[in-house]
Design a protein around this ligand. Structure first.
Ligand code: SF4
Length: 162
């Protein structure tokens, strides 16, 4: 989804968004029910745990306090175009602040963060409807806003899900 601003080769070189420490566990992607079924079928050794309607990957933290997504290989993500929506749109995120849904950009992705703001902003405008629609269909994908994350689009939120 982000190929226009982020090449597969840049992602394969970096992979920072597929490795997590204890402070950014909230970034571990949500796996949609249909994708969870696919993973259980194709990768029966991969551990998934239900998180609301979705699931998350479960893997151990290593001695450096890092946990690596089990779908990550030297060549990139095993799931290819089937990867979770959270991963499809990363480093963009939908975040909630009060009654607003904000389309934000994670500063962790150095490649996208280095692009001219206008380019990011034009691209964000292009994907905003699709991303907000996904957030509306699956409110669990909405994260709490983190101060300092740049905001590229704003919508009014529906009622907060229980
Ligand atoms: S599912 Fe793929 S893209 Fe998403 S965190 Fe895991 S390896 Fe990375």
């Amino acid at each position: 989804m982000l190929k226009e601003i982020l090449s597969g080769s840049d992602c394969a070189k970096c992979r920072v968004c597929c490795i997590f420490d204890r402070t950014d566990c909230w970034e571990i992607p949500l796996v949609e029910p249909s994708l969870a079924e696919y993973i259980k079928r194709e990768y029966p050794d991969v551990k998934l745990e239900k998180r609301g309607n979705n699931s998350v990957f479960i893997s151990e933290f290593d001695e450096n306090g890092l946990t690596v997504c089990p779908m990550l290989t030297e060549q990139g993500c095993k799931l290819g175009d089937k990867k979770p929506f959270d991963c499809m749109i990363w480093p963009f995120r939908v975040m909630r602040k009060e009654n607003l849904l904000l389309l934000t950009l994670s500063p962790v992705c150095e490649t996208v963060s280095k692009l001219p703001v206008k380019r990011i902003s034009d691209f964000a405008a292009k994907i905003a409807d699709t991303v907000y629609k996904a957030a509306e269909n699956d409110p669990e994908m909405v994260k709490d806003y983190i101060e300092g994350y740049p905001v590229f689009a704003v919508r009014t939120a529906a009622e907060k899900p229980e």
